[in-house]
Ligand binder design. Structure first.
Ligand SMILES: [Zn+2]
Length: 66
């Protein structure tokens, strides 16, 4: 009987996960922060905020709302 040569074992390398550690799937990078208007409740980009009386408003009209 011939001794069958051991078949070359396939390299069973478990996939190396040398990727970034922190998974960042929460918010897209370019997602802008949104604020809620204290007057009308609409959501708008934080860059367009109008601050008055210590609150955030969507527009000057709402900021000066009595
Ligand atoms: Zn508003």
């Amino acid at each position: 009987m011939m001794e069958a040569e051991a078949a070359p074992a396939a390299p069973s390398t478990s996939k190396p996960r040398a990727s970034s550690a922190a998974p960042r799937a929460a918010a897209p990078a370019d997602a802008e922060a949104m604020l809620c208007c204290a007057q009308c409740g609409v959501y708008y980009p934080a860059s367009e905020t109008v601050q008055a009386k210590g609150r955030d408003f969507c527009s000057q009209a709402h900021a000066s709302f009595p």
